[in-house]
Write a protein that binds this ligand. Structure first.
Ligand code: ADP
Ligand code: MG
Ligand code: MG
Length: 952
């Protein structure tokens, strides 16, 4: 029914059927809209049917359209299958003309009749003839000023009569013909305009944004008018059956006496609250409350209703499912399930994963926000384009934003008139984005939503001045470097800093309840990615059932270990080389003749001493690191108390642990130039980095710059050489992952030793541990095979030495297409697979993510070349197909193969649905995403069930 009548028409029909007070009317279907769109004409026979419908309405009311004795007035209202509030058009008061306005004036009151007529002319001009509504507004304002009227209701009938005359004049001037006096003519034109509004820009944008198909079309409802502008005992209102922002079960809304249509939300006068309506119109309120309850029971969901009171009598004009905030969605779903209105499964499906994301995003501290408002720091309001709250330094330049955000780690809000692909490098490092122009599908909105950064877009009241690096709102100025705070969930922009708080999951009782219901439904487990014990603890609080990814390299990056790590990396290649030499010499000596042997022995001795020296540095550093890693592993394994913990061995290329080559090169050059002339160093130091470098030099010289230069230069030179030696043309595809462990086996052996020493120690204490060792980036089965064999023997050695056995698994990441394609071979050597979908997406598309996202990818998404960012949402057709093949091949060889996903996709609802379909065991995501993933996993299961029963 909604397909044909649209939501509004269907709602009106349903309310009429329930016996509620609805002004009589009928609906022209969406089919007619299609026909009209195709041919620009009404389909044959349509107008006959309209006449019949109209006659029925006329008979019910006892008035007729255009009848000079008893005129009927009607509205023509748009309404599509999915509600698109305010996006299409409606014309009120059709049927008024120079003759009927007099009749209406005589039979009711003068003021009201002329008020209705001026509204009709302006609305008709604006909607049917595309005139600029502001011209009518301006005329009205002028008359209000002349009459010293504060509000529209202060205008007298005489004022309004003059306004009508001027409106008609304006209409004639702009359209080139008189305002149509024939009510049938008005009606025909209005219906056509409503049909046309389906393809209006606003409507098209809205559909694009909300993914509503463009071929649905709108219906047009013709309905007898009721009047809220007949005097103080009349009015118009809107209400929600429950509070749409908190979800509380209480009628919530506004009522504006002596007003018509949208006046109540247009802000022309301050409306009264529904609570005040109860005091002023108790009978109306009582009836409204009863109807609200009835509608909610009938539709089994929160209703958003429109009503009008005409001389004390209540009329219902619309009902639809109420849009609601994240908080309200959760509360209403849980409450309604408890009230028995809906099932628990329905309650789960009523809450969108995005709602949970919103609820758990950082938000402004409500009290700080309230006081900011009181202090007048609310600067402006724009479109809530991407949720979350952020505060930072104002920057008007994407280069500066990038430098501040990335290099200086300062919070930045990037402010632009609008953004373009040229700004993306700045957006990437901003905490939030504010634009003066652009809607919900503007570049800024699309990009920030894709990146999960808060954004307020289309904030028209700010005037951005790039030359001055500032923006103005009224008489206020915000300059570059000033603090601003933006709330992407509400669209508010504040001056100064408002502290943000991370929401407290423990206090979200309704959400927890809902997720528990969902846990009983879902089949996928939800694990978390956590590198530190505190992350692991948080993950458990959020309901994680395991750790899917513990990245050990973060343990290398801690500042207090960096020196040890440098030492280890610098000595590793030399140690490897000299060890090979020693091996070669030894075998040469065995087969060498007596005479040659002596020389060889000498060389061996010298190589051995070099090896020893390097071993001290390399193996010595590894041992130190091993002790530290053991502590880390104890922490995380203890926090997870018997839940599986997947520990990934070192993965990134070694140079990521070293200073940047470019930085070192600059520093060495500077030091070389400044030798003997230390002032050069100081003379040109501007940036914070340069200042920091000078401080480092000074410290190296015990406070003396010249001495510092001499001391530091050779050190930096050595480092530069080592860094140069680890440099790669394409590190993403270079010496990393299991290739690293195969090349430098001592590093991964140290890690495995630490894992098993930690596990054995805990097991002796009686703590249950389940370590799973994950070998990254295997592409060929032999890579995995050699690595696993070496590491498993190390593990066994430790357990033997400790005299205790712990359960463990060895497995691998699937992040290269070749691994997915040969999953059957790989499964022979792996007890588990974990899809590393970030790398798998990179290698399947052949994109390097950082380069792609900062150079072209988001542009491709905006232009529709790519349907979405494949690093946010799994690409089903490509990457998904590899995953499907991998699961099938892997399980064929090993039936109980544990398979999960540990990329960022593990927290993305649509990717989670794919994981469910592929039959994975778990998804693993960041701790904050765990609640979202729990809900999304339940949705995936419930939705798949629904489609299955529908198929039958
Ligand atoms: P929208 O979809 O933008 O809400 P509507 O078709 O609901 O548009 O109409 C706009 C306004 O006019 C609403 O406030 C509605 O209640 C009011 N309205 C529509 N038809 C009538 C009518 N027949 N009598 C009185 N008010 C009406
Ligand atoms: Mg409406
Ligand atoms: Mg990877």
């Amino acid at each position: 029914m909604r397909d044909l009548l649209g939501g509004k028409g269907a709602g009106l029909a349903e309310m009429t059927r329930l016996g509620l007070p609805v002004p009589p009317g009928f609906t022209i279907t969406t089919k007619a809209c299609h026909a009209y769109a195709r041919s620009g004409r009404y389909p044959p026979g349509l107008w006959k049917q309209v006449e019949v419908g109209l006659a029925a309405v006329e008979a019910k009311i006892g008035r007729r359209l255009g009848d000079p004795a008893a005129p009927l007035l009607v509205s023509v209202r748009s309404g599509a299958k999915f509600s698109m509030p305010g996006m299409m058009d409606t014309v009120l008061n059709l049927g008024l003309n120079d003759a009927t306005v007099d009749v209406l004036a005589r039979s009711s009151n003068d003021r009201f009749a002329w008020d209705a007529y001026r509204r009709l002319i302006a609305m008709f001009g604006r909607i049917v003839k595309d005139l600029d509504g502001r011209e009518f507004e301006a005329l009205l304002e002028r008359h209000k000023e002349a009459a010293a009227a504060k509000k529209d209701t202060d205008l007298s009938a005489e004022d309004l009569k003059r306004i009508v005359a001027e409106f008609k004049g304006l209409y004639r001037e702009r359209v080139g013909e008189e305002f149509p006096q024939d009510p049938k003519d008005q009606l025909t034109q209005a219906v056509a305009a409503v049909f046309r509004s389906w393809n209006g820009k606003r409507a098209v944008d809205y559909r694009n944004f909300n993914k509503i198909p463009h071929d649905l079309g709108t219906a047009a409802s013709v309905q007898a008018m009721v009047f809220g502008n007949m005097g103080p005992d009349s009015g118009t209102g809107v209400a929600f059956t429950r509070n749409p922002s908190t979800g509380e079960k209480q009628l919530f809304g506004e009522f504006l006496p002596n007003a018509q249509g949208e006046d109540v939300v247009a802000g022309i006068r301050t409306p009264m609250t529904i609570a005040q309506l109860r005091d002023s119109f108790p009978a109306v309120y009582g009836e409204l409350a009863d109807i609200a309850g009835l509608l909610e029971k009938h539709f089994r969901d929160v209703q958003d209703i429109e009503f009008t009171v005409e001389r004390g009598k209540l009329w219902m004009l619309q009902t639809r499912t109420g849009k609601r905030s994240a908080r309200a969605a959760v509360k209403v779903a849980v409450d309604m399930a408890r009230e028995g209105l809906i099932s628990k499964q329905e309650a789960i499906l009523r809450v969108e994963p995005m709602h949970v994301v919103h609820l758990l995003l950082p938000q402004f501290d409500e009290r700080a926000k309230a006081s900011a408002r009181k202090e007048g720091r609310l600067l402006a309001r724009g479109l809530n384009a991407s949720p979350g709250a952020a505060a930072g330094f104002a920057s008007f330049d994407p280069d500066e934003a990038e430098a501040m955000g990335r290099d200086r780690k300062k919070p930045v809000i990037l402010i632009r008139v609008e953004t373009s692909p040229d700004d993306v490098h700045g957006i990437l490092y901003a905490k939030g984005v504010l634009t003066a122009r652009g809607g919900a599908t503007s570049h800024a909105a699309v990009v920030t939503r894709g990146l999960g950064i808060p954004c307020v877009a289309g904030c028209e009241s700010i005037v951005v001045d790039y030359d001055q690096s500032e923006f103005r709102v009224g008489d206020k100025v915000v300059r570059r470097g000033d603090f601003v705070s933006i709330d992407g969930s509400t669209g508010e922009v504040y001056e100064g800093r408002i502290p943000t708080i991370d929401p407290d999951f423990r206090k979200e009782a309704d959400l927890q309840m809902l997720l528990q219901w969902g846990d009983k439904e879902r089949r996928l487990q939800v694990w978390a990615n956590a590198d530190y014990p505190r992350d692991a603890e948080r993950a458990r609080e959020f309901g994680a059932e395991g750790i899917g990814l513990d990245r050990t390299e973060h343990m290398f990056m801690e500042p207090d270990r960096l020196d040890v790590v440098h030492e280890m990396i610098l000595a590793a290649p030399g140690y490897r080389k000299v060890s090979a030499e020693v091996r070669a010499l030894k075998s040469e000596i065995e087969s060498a003749k007596q005479g040659k042997r002596e020389a060889l022995e000498k060389r061996l001795a010298s190589s051995k001493s070099v090896q020893e020296e390097l071993a001290g540095r390399y193996l010595g550093s590894l041992e130190k690191l091993g002790r530290l890693q053991k502590k880390d592993f104890i922490g995380i394994l203890r926090a997870m108390q018997g839940l599986p913990v997947i520990i990934r061995l070192i993965d990134p290329p070694l140079h990521e642990f070293l200073p940047k080559y470019e930085t070192l090169l600059v520093q060495v050059t500077k030091l070389t130039l400044a030798r003997g002339n230390p002032d050069i160093l100081v003379a040109h130091a501007r940036s914070e980095e340069e200042q920091a470098f000078i401080a480092e030099v000074r410290e190296a010289g015990g406070g003396d710059l010249a001495r510092g230069i001499d001391a530091l230069l050779p050190k930096k030179q050595r480092l530069l050489e080592a860094v140069a030696a680890t440099r790669e043309a394409n590190p993403m595809l270079g010496l990393r992952g299991c290739r690293l462990g195969i090349t430098f086996p001592e590093i991964t052996e140290m890690q495995v030793r630490a894992i098993f020493e930690a596990s054995c120690a805990l097991a002796k204490e009686g703590v249950v541990v389940k370590p799973e060792i994950m070998i990254p980036l295997a592409g060929h089965v032999n890579e995995l095979k050699v690595e696993r064999e070496a590491l498993e023997s190390e593990a066994k050695r430790v357990m033997e030495r400790e005299g205790i056995q712990v359960p463990y698994k060895f497995g691998t990441m699937i992040e290269l297409p070749r691994a997915a394609l040969t999953a059957d071979q790989i499964a022979n050597h792996a007890e588990f697979f974990s899809f590393g979908t970030n790398d798998l997406t990179q290698t399947t598309f052949g994109y390097s993510r950082d380069d792609a996202e900062s150079k072209f990818l988001l542009d491709f998404v905006e232009r529709g070349i790519l349907p979405f960012n494949p690093f946010q949402t799994l690409d089903r057709e490509g990457v998904g197909q590899l995953m499907r093949m991998c699961v099938q091949k892997g399980r064929k060889v090993r039936k109980d193969l544990e398979i999960g996903i540990c990329g960022e996709h593990g927290g993305d609802p649509s990717s989670i649905e794919l994981c469910h379909e592929l039959g994975l065991n778990y998804v693993s995501c960041s701790p904050f995403r765990v609640p979202v993933a729990r809900l999304a996993a339940a949705h995936a299961k419930l939705r798949n069930e629904v489609t299955r029963t529908e198929d039958r």
